[in-house]
Design a binder for this molecule. Sequence first.
Ligand code: MN
Length: 259
Amino acid sequence: MPALLLTNDDGVHAAGLAALEQALAELGDAYVLAPEREQSACGHALTLHRPLRVDRLGERRFGVNGTPSDCVNLGVLGFLPERPVLVVAGVNHGTNLGDDVTYSGTVSAAMEGTLLGVPSIAVSLAAGGDLAVAAEVARLIALRVLVTGLPPKTLLNVNVPGEPPRGIRLTRLGHRVYTGKIVEQTDPRGRPHYWIGAGEPEWEGLQGTDMGALHEGYVSITPLHLDLTNHRAFDQLADFSRSLDAQYRPATRKRARSE
Ligand code: MN
Protein backbone atom coordinates (compact mmCIF):
# COMPACT_ATOMS: atom_id res chain seq x y z
CA MET A 1 0.00 0.00 0.00
CA PRO A 2 1.28 3.52 -0.75
CA ALA A 3 2.35 5.70 2.20
CA LEU A 4 0.15 8.62 3.24
CA LEU A 5 1.44 11.36 5.55
CA LEU A 6 -1.03 12.83 8.03
CA THR A 7 -0.27 15.83 10.21
CA ASN A 8 -1.98 18.77 11.92
CA ASP A 9 -1.30 21.86 14.01
CA ASP A 10 -3.51 20.94 16.97
CA GLY A 11 -1.00 18.35 18.17
CA VAL A 12 -0.54 14.62 17.74
CA HIS A 13 -3.18 13.77 20.37
CA ALA A 14 -5.98 15.83 18.76
CA ALA A 15 -9.26 14.06 18.01
CA GLY A 16 -9.35 15.49 14.47
CA LEU A 17 -6.13 13.72 13.57
CA ALA A 18 -7.36 10.39 14.93
CA ALA A 19 -10.59 10.73 12.91
CA LEU A 20 -8.54 11.42 9.76
CA GLU A 21 -6.26 8.46 10.47
CA GLN A 22 -9.23 6.14 10.78
CA ALA A 23 -10.94 7.43 7.63
CA LEU A 24 -7.82 7.25 5.43
CA ALA A 25 -6.59 3.84 6.64
CA GLU A 26 -8.21 2.06 3.69
CA LEU A 27 -6.43 4.29 1.12
CA GLY A 28 -2.88 3.41 2.13
CA ASP A 29 -0.42 3.06 4.99
CA ALA A 30 -1.36 6.15 6.98
CA TYR A 31 1.63 7.54 8.88
CA VAL A 32 0.94 10.19 11.52
CA LEU A 33 3.80 12.61 12.05
CA ALA A 34 2.54 15.59 14.02
CA PRO A 35 3.64 18.22 16.54
CA GLU A 36 3.73 16.91 20.11
CA ARG A 37 2.01 20.14 21.25
CA GLU A 38 -0.55 22.48 19.72
CA GLN A 39 1.00 24.80 17.11
CA SER A 40 -2.07 26.67 15.82
CA ALA A 41 -1.33 29.95 13.98
CA CYS A 42 2.36 29.01 13.64
CA GLY A 43 2.19 29.65 9.88
CA HIS A 44 4.81 28.06 7.67
CA ALA A 45 7.58 28.14 10.29
CA LEU A 46 10.44 25.65 10.05
CA THR A 47 12.73 24.75 12.95
CA LEU A 48 16.27 25.34 11.69
CA HIS A 49 18.20 26.30 14.82
CA ARG A 50 17.73 23.29 17.07
CA PRO A 51 17.50 19.54 16.48
CA LEU A 52 14.15 17.85 15.98
CA ARG A 53 13.26 14.82 18.08
CA VAL A 54 10.72 12.21 17.03
CA ASP A 55 8.88 10.13 19.64
CA ARG A 56 7.36 6.86 18.48
CA LEU A 57 3.82 6.68 19.88
CA GLY A 58 2.57 3.70 17.87
CA GLU A 59 3.44 1.53 14.87
CA ARG A 60 2.91 4.41 12.43
CA ARG A 61 2.40 7.28 14.88
CA PHE A 62 5.04 9.86 15.79
CA GLY A 63 5.17 13.06 17.82
CA VAL A 64 7.68 15.75 16.82
CA ASN A 65 8.96 18.69 18.91
CA GLY A 66 8.42 21.01 15.97
CA THR A 67 5.91 22.63 13.64
CA PRO A 68 3.52 21.08 11.10
CA SER A 69 5.87 22.11 8.28
CA ASP A 70 8.77 20.40 10.12
CA CYS A 71 6.70 17.22 10.22
CA VAL A 72 5.97 17.31 6.48
CA ASN A 73 9.58 18.11 5.67
CA LEU A 74 10.77 15.15 7.78
CA GLY A 75 8.14 12.81 6.42
CA VAL A 76 8.61 13.60 2.74
CA LEU A 77 12.41 13.89 2.77
CA GLY A 78 13.28 10.55 4.32
CA PHE A 79 11.92 9.81 7.78
CA LEU A 80 9.20 7.48 6.47
CA PRO A 81 10.19 4.11 4.94
CA GLU A 82 8.95 5.44 1.58
CA ARG A 83 8.02 8.79 0.07
CA PRO A 84 4.33 9.54 0.74
CA VAL A 85 2.00 9.86 -2.26
CA LEU A 86 -0.30 12.28 -0.39
CA VAL A 87 -0.11 14.75 2.52
CA VAL A 88 -3.30 15.45 4.46
CA ALA A 89 -3.32 18.05 7.25
CA GLY A 90 -6.20 18.17 9.72
CA VAL A 91 -8.90 17.76 10.67
CA ASN A 92 -8.28 21.18 12.17
CA HIS A 93 -10.33 22.34 15.13
CA GLY A 94 -11.90 25.45 13.58
CA THR A 95 -12.05 26.88 10.05
CA ASN A 96 -9.14 28.18 7.96
CA LEU A 97 -10.76 30.67 5.62
CA GLY A 98 -9.87 33.58 3.36
CA ASP A 99 -6.94 35.79 4.28
CA ASP A 100 -6.37 33.77 7.44
CA VAL A 101 -4.85 30.85 5.54
CA THR A 102 -1.37 32.40 5.67
CA TYR A 103 -1.36 32.15 9.49
CA SER A 104 -2.57 28.59 9.51
CA GLY A 105 -0.26 25.75 10.51
CA THR A 106 -2.73 23.32 8.92
CA VAL A 107 -2.70 25.03 5.52
CA SER A 108 1.07 25.60 5.76
CA ALA A 109 1.63 21.86 6.21
CA ALA A 110 -0.18 21.33 2.90
CA MET A 111 1.92 24.13 1.38
CA GLU A 112 5.08 22.35 2.50
CA GLY A 113 3.91 19.08 0.95
CA THR A 114 3.09 20.89 -2.29
CA LEU A 115 6.49 22.63 -2.39
CA LEU A 116 8.13 19.22 -1.96
CA GLY A 117 6.12 17.87 -4.90
CA VAL A 118 3.55 15.75 -3.04
CA PRO A 119 -0.20 16.36 -3.66
CA SER A 120 -1.54 17.91 -0.45
CA ILE A 121 -4.85 18.71 1.20
CA ALA A 122 -5.71 20.77 4.30
CA VAL A 123 -9.01 19.97 6.04
CA SER A 124 -10.67 22.14 8.71
CA LEU A 125 -13.98 21.83 10.54
CA ALA A 126 -16.16 24.71 11.73
CA ALA A 127 -17.12 24.91 15.40
CA GLY A 128 -19.96 22.56 16.28
CA GLY A 129 -19.27 20.29 13.28
CA ASP A 130 -19.04 16.51 13.26
CA LEU A 131 -15.51 15.07 13.01
CA ALA A 132 -16.73 11.86 11.42
CA VAL A 133 -18.41 13.88 8.64
CA ALA A 134 -15.24 15.93 8.06
CA ALA A 135 -13.09 12.80 7.98
CA GLU A 136 -15.42 11.18 5.44
CA VAL A 137 -15.24 14.32 3.26
CA ALA A 138 -11.44 14.15 3.56
CA ARG A 139 -11.49 10.49 2.49
CA LEU A 140 -13.59 11.23 -0.62
CA ILE A 141 -11.36 14.15 -1.65
CA ALA A 142 -8.14 12.21 -0.92
CA LEU A 143 -9.35 9.30 -3.04
CA ARG A 144 -10.15 11.65 -5.93
CA VAL A 145 -6.76 13.39 -5.64
CA LEU A 146 -4.96 10.03 -5.63
CA VAL A 147 -6.74 9.08 -8.86
CA THR A 148 -6.61 12.38 -10.78
CA GLY A 149 -3.73 14.31 -9.15
CA LEU A 150 -3.69 18.08 -8.71
CA PRO A 151 -2.62 20.98 -10.94
CA PRO A 152 1.06 22.02 -10.50
CA LYS A 153 1.97 23.89 -7.30
CA THR A 154 -1.65 23.69 -6.14
CA LEU A 155 -3.08 22.43 -2.85
CA LEU A 156 -6.69 22.03 -1.80
CA ASN A 157 -7.90 23.95 1.25
CA VAL A 158 -11.05 22.22 2.47
CA ASN A 159 -13.44 23.62 5.07
CA VAL A 160 -16.39 21.64 6.41
CA PRO A 161 -19.41 23.48 7.88
CA GLY A 162 -20.68 23.09 11.43
CA GLU A 163 -23.92 21.49 10.24
CA PRO A 164 -24.47 18.40 8.01
CA PRO A 165 -23.14 19.56 4.57
CA ARG A 166 -25.67 20.23 1.77
CA GLY A 167 -23.01 19.55 -0.86
CA ILE A 168 -19.54 20.56 -2.04
CA ARG A 169 -18.53 23.84 -3.72
CA LEU A 170 -15.36 25.03 -5.44
CA THR A 171 -14.56 28.49 -4.05
CA ARG A 172 -12.09 31.37 -3.99
CA LEU A 173 -10.55 32.84 -0.85
CA GLY A 174 -12.66 35.50 0.85
CA HIS A 175 -11.14 38.70 2.14
CA ARG A 176 -11.26 40.17 5.58
CA VAL A 177 -12.27 43.74 6.32
CA TYR A 178 -9.87 45.03 8.93
CA THR A 179 -12.05 47.18 11.13
CA GLY A 180 -10.72 45.84 14.42
CA LYS A 181 -8.32 47.72 16.60
CA ILE A 182 -5.60 46.57 18.95
CA VAL A 183 -6.69 46.29 22.55
CA GLU A 184 -4.48 48.15 25.01
CA GLN A 185 -4.67 47.23 28.68
CA THR A 186 -2.64 48.04 31.76
CA ASP A 187 -1.11 45.33 33.94
CA PRO A 188 -1.11 45.44 37.78
CA ARG A 189 2.27 47.23 37.71
CA GLY A 190 0.92 50.00 35.51
CA ARG A 191 2.66 48.87 32.32
CA PRO A 192 0.69 48.75 29.06
CA HIS A 193 0.30 45.53 27.10
CA TYR A 194 -1.52 44.74 23.88
CA TRP A 195 -3.82 42.14 22.37
CA ILE A 196 -3.98 41.63 18.61
CA GLY A 197 -6.52 39.47 16.77
CA ALA A 198 -9.31 40.39 19.15
CA GLY A 199 -12.88 40.98 18.02
CA GLU A 200 -15.14 39.33 15.46
CA PRO A 201 -13.78 39.37 11.88
CA GLU A 202 -15.83 40.98 9.14
CA TRP A 203 -15.71 39.82 5.53
CA GLU A 204 -16.13 41.40 2.10
CA GLY A 205 -18.89 40.09 -0.20
CA LEU A 206 -19.34 36.37 0.29
CA GLN A 207 -20.44 35.39 -3.25
CA GLY A 208 -18.25 32.56 -4.52
CA THR A 209 -15.98 32.56 -1.50
CA ASP A 210 -15.01 29.87 0.97
CA MET A 211 -16.72 31.81 3.74
CA GLY A 212 -19.87 32.14 1.61
CA ALA A 213 -20.06 28.39 0.93
CA LEU A 214 -19.74 27.57 4.63
CA HIS A 215 -22.34 30.19 5.44
CA GLU A 216 -24.80 28.37 3.18
CA GLY A 217 -23.94 24.98 4.66
CA TYR A 218 -21.64 23.64 1.92
CA VAL A 219 -18.19 22.09 2.09
CA SER A 220 -15.74 24.56 0.54
CA ILE A 221 -12.80 23.44 -1.60
CA THR A 222 -10.41 26.25 -2.50
CA PRO A 223 -7.47 25.49 -4.82
CA LEU A 224 -4.48 27.50 -3.54
CA HIS A 225 -1.55 28.27 -5.83
CA LEU A 226 1.97 28.59 -4.44
CA ASP A 227 3.34 30.79 -7.23
CA LEU A 228 2.93 34.07 -5.33
CA THR A 229 4.06 36.18 -8.31
CA ASN A 230 1.27 38.51 -9.40
CA HIS A 231 1.53 38.00 -13.15
CA ARG A 232 -1.27 40.51 -13.82
CA ALA A 233 0.78 43.24 -12.10
CA PHE A 234 3.52 43.11 -14.77
CA ASP A 235 1.71 45.53 -17.12
CA GLN A 236 0.95 48.00 -14.36
CA LEU A 237 4.49 47.92 -12.93
CA ALA A 238 6.50 47.86 -16.19
CA ASP A 239 7.04 51.67 -16.37
CA PHE A 240 7.68 51.84 -12.65
CA SER A 241 10.42 49.26 -12.95
CA ARG A 242 11.98 50.78 -16.13
CA SER A 243 12.26 54.25 -14.58
CA LEU A 244 13.75 52.81 -11.38
CA ASP A 245 16.28 50.96 -13.47
CA ALA A 246 17.22 54.12 -15.42
CA GLN A 247 17.58 56.05 -12.16
CA TYR A 248 19.70 53.40 -10.52
CA ARG A 249 22.16 52.52 -13.27
CA PRO A 250 24.36 55.70 -13.24
CA ALA A 251 25.16 55.21 -9.54
CA THR A 252 26.16 51.63 -10.19
CA ARG A 253 28.52 52.75 -12.97
CA LYS A 254 30.14 55.43 -10.81
CA ARG A 255 30.82 52.96 -7.99
CA ALA A 256 32.29 50.47 -10.46
CA ARG A 257 34.76 53.15 -11.74
CA SER A 258 36.02 54.14 -8.31
CA GLU A 259 36.85 50.56 -7.34
MN1 MN B 1 -5.30 24.32 14.75
